[in-house]
Every structure is written in C-alpha cells, then in structure tokens.
Design a protein around this ligand. Structure first.
Ligand code: GAL
Length: 960
C-alpha cells in the first residue's frame, strides 16, 4: 500500500454530484470484519487473505479507535509525528476491513456499477474480489470506483485497507481528534445505461425582475428532461432556460422547488432554491439585498461516535441553531456529510462549504515546505477542491466555497481558487489564510480584535492611500467577514455584543462565525460505571492540546451552554427596546428579507413577580428598517412596588415553522425599574456574639451561624476559579502572563483575613478586617457592620477600601460564605434564568426565577468559574438545613451558589472529578470581571475589567 506520495488517490471515477436517484443502490452499512496492524510493515501482504484469524466484527460506518482498537488522540495545530512529508510515521495503525456480500439482483440488472465511499480517514486501498480498484485521499470526500467488471453475481469479497496516517495527514491537520476508519457509508450503485451520471444546476434569481433562470448541465448519453411542476417547467435539460417568476430562496424563507431530471432510464430528484449571491460595492448581497451572516463553525462530532453521521442528530442540531437565530454555518474544516447540505437547504442556513484541507502543522516550522506552495502537491490540492465542489454544487445553501483552513499561502491554493472560479462563477470563494485576498471574493479574518474590525469596517469609507498596492486595492472592494471570532471555550465568550455592534455599523461587514458550535469531548465509561467526557491528553497521547477541543456553544450532547443563549440574543433578527417613558417600543428589524408579519409582539408588565397587564402590539417594519410602536397607558400607569416593576416585550413566531412551533420567542427586550426596601429600624439587640440571626465566634469574630444555619464566613473574595479565557493570554496582551497566572502570582487565590477590631454597641456588631494576599503589602480594609432589625433579620453594611498599589485587576469583589448543608436551589429576583458574566449576558432577563440545584452550576468539561446570576436584588438560598434570604438595600449583586468551592473547581481537571463537599458555597459579588475571548482573540475589554476600587453594599438578611 502506497501511503507516502504527493498524489491524490488513484483509480476512482471523476468527482460528481451526490444525487438522489431512482437507480438501484445497496448500502453496506453494518457489521464488517476487521483487524488492525501496528504499522504497515507488520501488515499481512494480502489484505484479503481468507484466514479468519485475528479478525473481529466492527461497525461501519465507524472509527476503529472508538470501537476498542487503539485510542483516540487530539492535537490542534501540531502534528503528532515528525514533519517529514509525505511520510507518515512507522507507528501507524493499519486497519483491514473485509465484507462478504451478495449484490442485490436490482443492482446486478445493470451492467455499470459504482462503489461509493463517502468518507474514509485517512487513506485507503480498495480491492474487490482480489482486484485492486484504487486508493483514496481526502478523508471527508467522496470516492467512487467502477466495479462493473469486478463485481460478481453471488459471493463477493470487498477488502479495504485503511491507514490511520498517510501523506494525506499533512493536508488534514484540522484541530480535532485523529479518528481513522470507514466513517461514512459505503454504497454499491447501479448506473443505468443512458442514466444521469451528473448534474450541475445553477438556479439563479434576478431580484430586479423576480425572474428565475436555470442553467442546467446533465451528463448522460441520452437526452434529459427537467421538470419543475410548480413552475410548469418541462424542458430539455441543456443550458440556461428562463422559468418565469419564482419565489427566491433565503435562510429566512427557504423556498425550494421540487424538480426532476430524467432520461428514459433514470430519474433524479433535486430541490432547487433560486438565489443569487454577489458582491456589490463592498457589500455582500443575496437576492439583491445586503446579507448578514449570523454564523457558527460546525464540526461533525458525536461523543460516542466521532464524525459518524446520524441524520436525526444532525437535523436536531441545525434546528437548534435556527432556534438560536443562527443563519449561517461554516463547515469547518471539511465538507460535512452530504445530507447536512440538504438539511441546510430545507431549514434555511447559509453555508461556507469548506474543502478538506489544512496544513497548519507547518506553522510550527515557520511554514517551511508548506504543501500549499509545493508544486508536487498541486494535483492533490486540486483533487480535493474538485471533489468538494462537485459533490455539493447543486445546493442553494452553499453561498461560498472555502479552499480550506489555515494552510498558509501558496500557488496550490491559487490554483484551487482559479479552478473554482472557472467551474462555478455563481458562488464566492473564501479562504482566510490569504491575507492579501488576491484570489478570494471576501476578506476573511479570524479573531481580529474589536479595534481592528472597526478599522476594517471604516477602511472602505475612505479613499485608498495613493501608494496602495494592487492587492490592497482589490481587498478594499471586498466585503468582510470574521470566519472565526468569539472563542466559545468554557465560560464565555465575552465581548460578542461589542463585535456585533461593529458588524451592524459598517455595511462592508457581513457578519461572523463563532468558534465553534460543539464541544468535541469523547465519552467513555469510568470505573464507577458513570459516563465521562474526556479531552486531549486523557488517552495517553504524547503530543496533545488538552481541552482546546472543548470550545463549543453546545455541550457534546448538544445542550446549549449559556454562551449560546446570549449569542442568540445578540444576533436576534429583531431588537426590541422599551422607551424610557414606557410610552413606546423601538423595533429594529434586522431581517434581511422578512417584514415582521410572521411574529406576534406582546408586552407584559410584571410587578414584584406578578403579571399585572399585557397586550399584543401591532408591528410592521420592512427588512432592515426600524419603527416605533406606542404602548398603551397600562404599561406605565403608576404602580407601587417593593422590588421591581418590569416591562418585557417579546417577539414570538405566530405559526409553526420547520424548526420551531408557534410561540417560540425570537427576541425580547425589557425596561426594569427597581426599588429598595426602606431600611428597617434597628432593634438595639446586638450582643458581643450575636446580631439578630447572625452569630459570631467569640474569639475570632467569624460568622458561625446565620438565620439558624451553621455557616462559615464571611470572607472577602477577589479571585475566581480561572475560566479557560483567564488561562490564556489575549491577543491584546500577548506579552503579559495570563490573568490566571497574574492572579496567582499576586496571591489573590490565597487571601488572608485579619481581624483588626471588633466593636459591639447595642445597635450593631462591627468587625473591622483587613483582607490581603500573602507576600505583598496591598490590602482591602473591610468593615462589616451587623445591625439586628425587626423580626429576626439583620442588616449587613459591608464596605471595602483598597490600600496600596494593586497592579493586577481583580476577578471580582465579593463576600464569600459557606452554609454547612447541601444546596437545594435558589430563588432570585434578578437577571436569569441562565448564568451570565458581565460581558456575556445579553439573554439574561430580570425576573423572579426559581432555580433548582442542577441549574446553579454549568458542567463545563474542564471545571471553571460558572453559575453567576447578575443584578440580583433578592434571593432565597435553599439548603438541606433550611433557607436564608438576602435583599439588597442599595446596589444589586451577583450571586453564585455551588456545591463545591473555588479551589476544588480550579484544581479539578474534569467535571466528573468534582464531588459535592456537603456544603453550599455562596458568593455575593459587588463587582465581577468579564471573561473576554483570550483563548483565541482579545482578552477582557477594558470596560469589563475591575481595577482595585472602593465599594459598599447593604443587605437585609433573614430566614428564608
Ligand atoms: C483556529 C482554527 C480552528 C480552531 C481554533 C481554536 O485557528 O481555525 O480550527 O483551532 O483556532 O479552537
């Protein structure tokens, strides 16, 4: 087997569209026989030998290292073996697959037959009945072999030898698990004589006239007819034909026409969407209108099955995107299963369909010998893009062809771009690595900072400098997208709203794609029988990139992380802002095509948790316009309230769609008015060790009981269990240690408390404390004044005054307390229901939320700070020993409640390592820092950092 060459695979028939046909087919998914060798030199010389020794059953499609043969391994940029192209390492598992089958009579009835492989990682050699059919390269690309002669009537033996690593691995260094095997379907296809071998159909829409045109080319030896019943089209399928007025396709209205292309021998079904994508004067247009891409990067991943496709899961996943206002997917970094493209057509998602290509490993040697610029690899590059484009060329959802990801620059990429433009001028070419944008149609970047995005947005508003190069001049004609931004790793990403403001502000900017949609954890069963989610390094890999593979908006099981909920609010296609006098709502229609007639907009007024008025308001607004709608008197008539008077406006679907039912909320806005209770009168009942429901240790002054509950506290906290973004240096502070390191160096994770003085008057117990990190001389002078008030409650006035020079910003400023009982839940009047961080909070609405214990925490695969609810004004913390109630008497606070402490979180490597310590850990934070997106991109924006500062809060505390 040849696995060290510069060439593409050999022996397959030319690439063509993946078509839905009535020609007979036989799918070979199921149990195959399998054996694995530690390297090519060990492998039996005859992969098809009859001996059954050493063979066992395996599931196809599947990855062998997720089926008990070897272990998965994860690297991001770095190659797991020496850069010695085109040679793979000697230690290179080789899998032999074998299938004995009898072809269906329906297939045998045709003289021509093809054997199709939709995905084999990384290189295969295919034999049928001892005849070598050829080899494959391009793991996520389709390969077909002509088996007309090799196929027998009766017993056949198909043998496929697969190498885990090959020359192809140098071109497939995507940031993901190395998962070898036949992981997509294998199908035997009958090819009728006079049948339809290929179709290339461009369904164009002219927005000026409303007319559709079909440009259809059919590969067949017979004359083909195209039928589109809804358009009364029945024409010879050859070249461009006008089809009259059509309803255009867009993600907002994914209107598809059922079409049939047929000869006398075969019929192919197509679903056509008429649309035109183009660049008009730096602006990305679809169907004659500016287009905004609200995107995510999507890898194919399932925790137990890797990149093996499951239609139900994939459909649910795209539906989930639609429900979160996402309208675009970059298929990072390879073509997904072909049915994903069909689903995107049907559900309405714009695609950047990306070629299976990444040579990022060469970045480790400053791109020396990068295959992208080495003519020996040229055919391999061209083969990959041809296979990508041909397979998916008939789909409305594909707006861009992407040459690949992070493959540096070079002649081979240019050659790919030239081929694409020649073959399919109806779509745009994307490639982020071409910073000069010479051979692409869109200027694309990843993780550019806010400031740079602003500059790029403004660039085209000014004349080009007189000394601009030709490449610069060309780039200035292009729209801009961020093909990756907002790295959704762990608790984050922060700063997305600020990006989106820029995207909306500059017409040149056509949106962006969050990195990334899903976390790629691998599920295994632990010794305790429980399911565990693992990441890089957990399988004993020598070279790996840890939890960098856990960076999604949804968990491995596709449960939304808070980041997805906030992203959905940021990108919501309708923005609803209640006017300051509550007399009107400003409605911004950010749809590109829809007026708002598909939505019902309703406002609701909630006073101290009770709904007091509501009604529907009539809103009409053309796409990309805004309007103001009056609110009735009941929205603002005076009402007495103790905590909050909240006006919420929600826009919901008025009818069911393919992806959500009527009533699904697309967007919401709020006006929140708050009040604080009057300060209760002191009862004058303080003693040396009690202040109403607060009891103190007679010697240390520590709080030991609160509202009848055994507690430990209060401590002053300025540290958090680092989130992933704290553990990396942001692009804005590349030369400084990460915040996690800075905090640790500064001792914030080991703060000590010294009691300076305890004063007791009959009114209050006053504790003067100094909170300070070890080693240094900064301190926070803290005063806790406990004043017992009526009915078993106590007022706590806490004030903080920093002393000395604090050179590192704080993660937060708050009071920490543990209750010696298990948390059962929390009821808040505050922003929720989901957790937020100050720079990642767009979806959090003020409400009276009841949260159960499991909702208090987010099960980030690698544990980190999480679970904060912001702007809380009242909270009841429920524990197994009873409840405690807190209300603010001035500023709101952020509340975090967890069954474990921060040190435990910070030292655990996996969520499953965390065990409840039987206590309820509570933080009442006056200040909290944002999280930013430093894992890739800029760190926390300055406005979300917390320099040392004085602060105070007054709380009313009692039994809940
Ligand atoms: C980008 C890359 C992605 C992913 C991301 C980090 O550079 O294109 O594939 O690696 O960084 O998670």
């Amino acid at each position: 087997m040849e696995i060290a060459s510069f060439s593409p695979g050999r022996g397959s028939t030319g690439p063509r569209a993946w078509l839905r046909t009535d020609a007979p087919a036989q799918v070979f998914d199921g149990r195959w026989r399998f054996r694995v060798w530690p390297g090519l030199r060990h492998a039996a010389s005859d992969p098809t030998d009859a001996d059954d020794d050493g063979w066992s059953d395996i599931e196809v499609p599947g990855h062998w290292n997720l089926q008990g043969h070897g272990r998965p391994s994860y690297t991001n940029v770095r190659m797991p073996f020496p850069l010695d192209p085109p040679h793979p390492p000697d230690e290179n598992p080789i899998g032999d697959y074998r299938l004995d089958f009898v072809p269906d009579a329906a297939v045998l009835a045709h003289r021509r037959r093809l054997l199709r492989f939709d995905g084999i990682e990384s290189a295969a050699e295919v034999c049928l009945n001892g005849v070598l059919l050829g080899t494959t390269r391009g793991s996520r690309l389709t390969h077909e072999f002509d088996v007309s002669d090799a196929l027998r009537d009766g017993e056949n033996r198909l043998a496929v030898r697969v190498a885990q690593f090959s020359d192809a691995s140098y071109l497939e260094d995507q940031d993901m698990w190395w998962l070898p095997g036949i992981f997509r379907s294998v199908t035997l296809l009958a090819r009728p004589d006079g049948g339809i071998d290929d179709i290339f159909c461009v369904a164009d829409y002219d927005a000026a006239t409303g007319q559709g045109h079909l440009d259809i080319r059919v590969t067949s030896t017979r004359r083909a007819q195209v039928l589109i019943p809804a358009l009364r089209v029945d024409a010879v399928a050859a070249g461009r034909v006008a089809v009259g007025k059509v309803t255009p396709w867009s993600a907002e209205e994914p209107f598809l026409y059922d079409a049939e292309v047929r000869t006398t021998c075969e019929s192919v079904r197509l679903r056509l969407g008429f649309r035109r994508v183009e660049v008009c004067d730096t602006v990305l247009h679809l169907n004659g209108r500016p287009l905004m891409l609200r995107g995510v990067n999507r890898h194919e991943h399932r925790p137990e099955h890797g990149r093996v496709f499951d239609r139900t899961v994939a459909r649910d996943e795209l539906v989930l995107m639609k429900r979160h206002n996402i309208n675009a997917v970059r298929t990072s970094h390879y073509p997904p299963h072909p049915e994903v493209i069909e689903l995107a057509d049907e559900l309405g998602l714009y695609l950047i369909d990306e070629c299976d290509l990444e040579t990022h490993g060469f970045a480790s040697v400053a791109w020396r010998n990068n295959p992208s610029d080495d003519p020996r690899w040229r055919e391999a590059f061209l083969d990959r893009i041809r296979r990508t484009v041909h397979r998916d060329k008939n789909h409305a959802s594909v707006l861009f062809w992407s040459l690949g990801n992070e493959a540096g620059t070079g002649l081979n990429l240019e050659a790919m771009a030239r081929w694409v433009k020649e073959f399919d001028p109806s779509r745009l070419v994307h490639y982020e690595g071409d910073r000069s944008s010479r051979y692409v149609d869109v200027y694309s970047r990843m993780y550019a900072s806010h400031d740079e995005v602003r500059q790029i947005g403004e660039e085209t508003l000014r004349p080009a400098p007189h000394d601009a190069t030709a490449a610069e001049l060309h780039r200035r004609t292009l729209p801009f997208i961020q093909c990756e931004f907002a790295h959704a790793m762990g608790n984050g990403p922060g700063g997305v709203a600020e990006y989106w403001d820029l995207f909306e502000r500059y017409s040149r900017i056509a949106g962006g794609f969050v990195w990334e949609w899903i976390e790629h954890g691998i599920a295994v069963t632990g010794d305790d029988g429980r399911r565990r989610i693992l990441y890089g390094g957990d399988f004993g890999e020598q070279v790996h990139d840890g939890n960098f593979v856990i960076d999604g908006l949804v968990s491995v099981d596709r449960e939304p992380r808070p980041g997805l909920l906030h992203y959905a609010a940021v990108i919501a296609p309708v923005q609803l802002a209640v006017g300051p006098r509550r007399d009107e709502v400003e409605v911004v229609n950010r749809y590109d095509f829809l007026d708002l007639s598909h939505l019902v907009v309703r406002w609701r007024r909630t006073v101290d948790g009770k709904d007091v008025a509501s009604s529907v308001i009539d809103v009409k607004a053309h796409p990309r316009t805004s309007t103001t709608v009056a609110l009735p008197e009941t929205a603002r008539e005076p009402h007495r309230f103790d905590v909050a008077d909240v006006l919420t406006v929600e826009a919901a679907l008025s009818a069911d769609t393919e992806w959500a039912v009527a009533g699904h909320i697309v967007s919401s806005g709020q006006d929140v008015r708050t009040a604080v209770p009057a300060r209760p009168v002191a009862t004058g009942a303080a003693t040396a060790d009690t202040a109403g429901p607060a009891r103190f240790d007679a010697i240390t002054g520590d709080l030991i009981e609160l509202a009848g509950l055994p507690v430990d506290g209060l401590k002053v906290g300025i540290w958090r269990a680092p989130v992933d973004n704290d553990r990396f240096r942001g692009s804005d502070e590349w030369d400084r240690p990460s915040y996690a390191d800075r905090w640790h160096e500064a001792g914030y994770d080991r703060m000590q408390l010294r009691l300076i003085a305890r004063e007791v008057t009959d009114q209050a117990v006053i504790l003067r404390l100094r909170a300070a990190p070890p080693i240094f001389d900064e301190a926070i002078d803290t005063v806790l004044r406990w004043t017992p008030v009526e009915e078993g409650t106590v007022v706590l006035d806490a004030s903080f005054e920093p002393r000395g020079t604090w050179s590192v910003e704080w993660a937060r400023l708050g009071l920490d307390l543990t209750i010696d009982a298990v948390p059962l839940g929390v009821d808040i009047a505050g922003r929720g229901p989901m957790p937020s961080m100050p720079d990642n909070d767009a979806a959090a609405r003020f409400g009276w939320w009841r949260l159960d214990a499991h909702e208090l925490i987010v099960d980030h695969v690698r544990p980190q700070e999480n679970g904060a609810r912001l702007e809380v004004r009242q909270a009841t913390i429920r524990t197994s020993a009873g409840a405690v109630r807190l209300s603010t008497l001035d500023r709101p606070f952020a509340l975090t409640t967890a069954p474990w402490g921060r040190q435990a979180i910070a030292s655990a490597r996996h969520h499953f390592e965390l065990e409840s310590d039987g206590r309820t850990h509570i933080s009442i934070d006056l200040l909290q820092a944002g999280v930013g997106t430093a894992t890739c991109g800029p760190g926390v924006l300055p406005r979300y950092r917390i320099p040392a500062q004085a602060a105070s809060i007054s709380l009313l505390i009692g039994r809940g």
